[in-house]
Design a binder for this molecule. Structure first.
Ligand code: AMP
Ligand code: MG
Length: 398
């Protein structure tokens, strides 16, 4: 049995990075940048007005009241071309270029306009309501780095610097194979002794969320020959195979025997982890294979801890680990005696703004109805029980 951090080290060592490709910006969400991103222009590209009003020389407005002559206008997309001299003002709109000679913008609300002149009700200060050229970002500044995951919030920045296409690391192709003679498809009505396949849909969504391309394979019953041919076929066309079920030591648990008979190298098959102890990590024909214990909560926990890391590392992501933090236990949280526990919990912010853990009721590890409300894993070292008020390490499930 190996500790979770050791298992992660093995995964880090064994996964292979994928090549890069160029794709459309609008298809790039969740993908990992394979290039550094630079500003190709100053922003703003000219001194820009933040207000509708008049561009003036601040010195002309003090002492006040003062009368200034309107000599033209500067609108967005077509700035005033001349130069503003002493005693003059240029009408200006939000987003327009501040004319040469002006050093402040006074907002329209503080101005009375009359017969080609304006009267200013309040003096303007130098630079007031102006964003200077390059103040937001300078041309050639690096804005994002290779290895960052492209998020929705990065799109505006990428678009404004002309990245209609971006270079990203290729998507790992993930094949998902649920095994078990009791498992039927989700559109079926299970007969006696049967249950629906909740794992494949869940893994598909988890994997897509971190940039992978997925294929859900036909279910395989607990039959070693069928399992062997399904595994061999799955690996022809994928980088990673995720098998669920059949990883324990029961009479009909064929995942490990099938992998061994096909010549796979198994790096670990028992992790000091609850839930998820019999997790298998192997390689076959240079492809990655995970065998996850079949019950859906174990699948979710082991996916977040191990598979997610592997998929992100294959895309050369800088952050392949879940975001960590601390939260306060709102009640007793009991760990396992001989294994570290990573328990799905619901973490919320209390009235004081503190993160508080609400334990979820797990009857064994099979309660995926409770799991549906989880947003973090609470780490409970082996043999440890946390009491109300204790501070607990958590990793966010996102
Ligand atoms: P196993 O890992 O095959 O021993 O399965 C452990 C538990 O998870 C058993 O109760 C299985 O019925 C259940 N299980 C296995 N595979 C799935 C699946 N694809 N969907 C839902 N439950 C499953
Ligand atoms: Mg089984």
């Amino acid at each position: 049995m190996i500790p979770v951090p050791d298992a992660l080290k093995i995964i880090e060592r064994e996964v292979f990075p994928l090549a890069a490709e160029t794709i459309d910006l609008n298809k790039s969400i969740k993908r990992v940048l394979a290039e550094d991103i630079f500003a190709d222009m100053d922003l703003p590209p000219f001194d820009r007005s933040q207000m509708d009003g008049f561009a003036v020389r601040a010195a002309d407005t003090n002492p006040f009241p003062v009368k200034l002559k309107i000599i033209g206008e500067s609108v967005a997309g077509k700035g005033f071309e001349g130069k503003l001299e002493k005693g003059e003002a240029v009408r200006i709109m939000t987003g327009a270029r501040v004319p040469l000679g002006a050093d402040a913008v006074q907002k329209i609300e503080l101005i009375v306009e009359n017969d080609g002149f304006i009267e200013i009700k309040e003096p303007a200060k130098i630079k007031q309501n102006i964003i200077k050229r390059g103040e937001e970002i300078r041309k050639e500044a690096k804005i994002f780095e290779k290895g960052e995951v492209i998020s929705e919030n990065m799109i505006a920045a990428l678009a404004s610097f002309g990245y209609a296409k971006v270079e990203v690391f290729k998507q790992p192709k993930i094949a998902i194979l649920a095994t078990g003679s009791e498992i039927v498809g989700i559109s079926s009505v299970p007969r006696k002794d049967q249950i629906r396949n909740s794992n494949s849909s869940m893994i598909e969504v988890f994997a897509k969320k971190i940039g992978a391309e997925t294929e859900v394979l036909t279910l395989v019953e607990d039959n070693i020959d069928n399992l062997k041919s399904a595994i061999a076929k799955a690996l022809e066309n994928s980088d990673v195979l995720i098998i669920t079920g059949g990883v324990s030591v029961g009479d009909y648990d064929y995942t490990k025997p099938a992998l061994r008979q096909l010549g796979a190298e198994i790096f670990f098959e028992k992790v000091s982890l609850k839930p998820g102890k019999p997790t298998v990590f192997a390689k076959l024909n240079d492809r990655i294979v995970f065998g996850l214990p079949g019950n859906p909560v174990s699948v979710a926990v082991t996916f977040y801890l191990f598979v997610r890391t592997a998929i992100l590392l294959m895309q050369s992501a800088k952050n392949s680990k879940a975001q960590k933090g601390f939260a306060i236990a709102s009640g007793k949280i009991k760990g396992a005696k001989e294994r570290d526990s990573y328990l799905p919990v619901s973490v919320e912010t209390n009235k004081k703004g503190q993160l508080v853990i609400e334990s979820l009721r797990f009857s064994g590890s099979s309660n995926f109805i409770e799991f549906a409300r989880a947003n973090a894993l609470a780490f409970v070292p082996e043999g440890k029980t946390f009491e109300k008020g204790d501070v607990v390490n958590i990793s966010f499930l996102s």
